[in-house]
Structures are given as structure tokens and as C-alpha cells.
Write a protein that binds this ligand. Structure first.
Ligand SMILES: O=C(O)[C@H](O)[C@@H](O)[C@H](O)[C@H](O)COP(=O)(O)O
Length: 232
């Protein structure tokens, strides 16, 4: 694990964008495609500001979601909807490059359908992402894997439904640790004083909260600004 301390939120965006540029170009050179998993929350703003400056072959990107809220795409809560409004118009990415959840079905059906879509996109069921972009909630959750929730120990389902998410909205789908920890790279991007206590509990005290259980086969980076890392 590499912890990268930067000054502020703008530096988090810059550093994150540099890594994305490097990792995407490397994946495209080696394998002709770049598989990236996106999260929601504050990451949407980081990417909407940072990605337009990245030099990459956008046509080779395949974008999926580390987790997604089971809501209509035009809802403010939909991560894809937010990327659609805030990111797509600023890059050469096309909507068709995003693997999105089925609309108008239950979380259980959405998770099943999403698994099938990932199988088609990867051509196998290993789902080895080149890069997962992760957020850490103030309670230590990542993706839609929450502290003390049984999904933390899920070992069969690679994409799971959740209907009791403590962070609203309650219905979501999420990747589980077997996929997350199979990734070639995972990056947490964390900014702000409200995250400082949890950053300390995870990176210094090594409490086994969900974000601390991200331990991929490949590389793991935590990009944290001064406010978020002030208790380290
Ligand atoms: O559905 C969501 O809310 C996100 O996908 C989630 O996994 C996010 O990454 C964390 O909740 C952190 O969010 P913040 O960065 O906004 O705290």
C-alpha cells in the first residue's frame, strides 16, 4: 500500500488524474482496453474536474460501477446519472461505454443483470479490473460494503444486492471483496477534515473496517489531503 499525502482537494484531483492517465495508457498498450470501476459520492466531482485533462484513448475505456444505487437514472441519487450529466459532456466518452444497472427492477434482479453484463464485457467471470476508484465513507464503508454488514464476508456472489444500506438510498448493488481484491490497481481518493478520524482508524490503527479490507492482488494507493490525513 502506498499512502500519498497532498495539500488539498485540488491536489487530490491532480494526483488521481495522473495515476488514471498512467494506468489507462499502460492497460491499453498491454491489453488494448482499459477496465475501470467508478464509485459515487465525492469521486464524481473529482473525476468531472480531473478527467477532461487526461491524455488517453477514450475509445478503449470500459466503465463500470463499484456500486450503484437502485434508482431511476434521472434521479439525483443515481451515480451513472450524475456522471452522465457532469462527466460525459466534458470528455470523448460515450454513454454506451458505461456498464449500467437495469432500470425499473429490484436490487436482486439488477445485481443479477449487472453480473451478466460484466461477464459479457470481460469475456470471462474473473472480472479483473485495471483500476477501481474507491471512496471511503465517514463510517469506514467502501463501495456499498458497510461496517458489520454480512456482505463484507460474501465469498460467492461477485455482484451483490443490498436493500438495507445505512447510507441512503437503501437499495443498491455492489461489487464484493472477491472482485475488489482481484483488481490490478485500487485507488482511494479522500479529502476533507470530516474523514480524518476514519483515515486514522483505518491507516494508523488498522481497524478491520470495510475500507481497510481492500487489499488487492495488484497495487493499492490512498491519496489523502492534509485535512483528511491530519491525525496520521
Ligand atoms: O454510493 C455511494 O455513496 C458511493 O458509491 C460510495 O461507495 C462512496 O464511494 C462512499 O460513500 C464515499 O462517499 P463520499 O466520498 O461522498 O464520502
Amino acid at each position: 500500500m502506498t499512502v500519498i499525502k497532498v495539500t488539498d482537494g485540488q491536489d487530490v484531483i491532480n494526483k488521481l488524474s495522473n495515476y488514471i492517465e498512467k494506468i489507462s495508457n499502460n492497460a491499453i498498450d498491454l491489453r488494448g482496453k482499459f477496465y475501470i470501476g467508478l464509485s459515487g459520492g465525492s469521486l464524481v466531482k473529482f473525476l468531472s474536474e480531473g478527467l477532461p485533462k487526461v491524455k488517453t484513448d477514450w475509445s478503449k475505456w470500459v466503465l463500470a460501477f463499484c456500486d450503484e444505487r437502485v434508482v431511476p437514472e434521472d434521479s439525483q441519487d443515481s451515480s451513472f446519472g450524475t456522471y452522465k450529466r457532469q462527466l460525459i459532456p466534458k470528455t470523448a466518452l460515450k454513454e454506451s461505454q458505461f456498464i449500467t444497472i437495469k432500470q425499473g427492477v429490484s436490487a436482486i434482479d439488477a445485481a443479477r443483470d449487472y453480473y451478466n453484463k460484466l461477464t459479457d464485457a470481460f469475456g470471462d467471470t474473473d472480472f479483473q479490473f485495471d483500476l477501481l476508484l474507491l471512496g471511503m465513507g465517514p463510517d469506514g464503508h467502501t463501495c456499498s460494503l458497510f461496517p458489520d454488514h454480512p456482505l463484507i464476508n460474501e465469498s460467492e456472489l461477485k455482484v451483490a444486492p443490498i436493500t438495507d444500506s445505512p447510507k441512503p438510498p437503501p437499495e443498491r448493488i455492489t461489487l464484493t471483496f472477491p472482485i475488489i481484491n482481484n483488481a490490478r490497481n485500487c485507488i482511494f481518493a479522500v479529502s476533507g477534515a470530516e474523514k480524518a478520524e476514519m483515515v486514522k482508524r483505518i491507516l494508523k490503527d488498522k481497524e478491520p473496517l470495510p475500507a481497510a479490507l481492500v487489499n488487492p492482488k495488484g497495487a493499492l494507493f490512498w491519496i489523502v489531503d492534509e485535512d483528511a490525513s491530519k491525525l496520521l
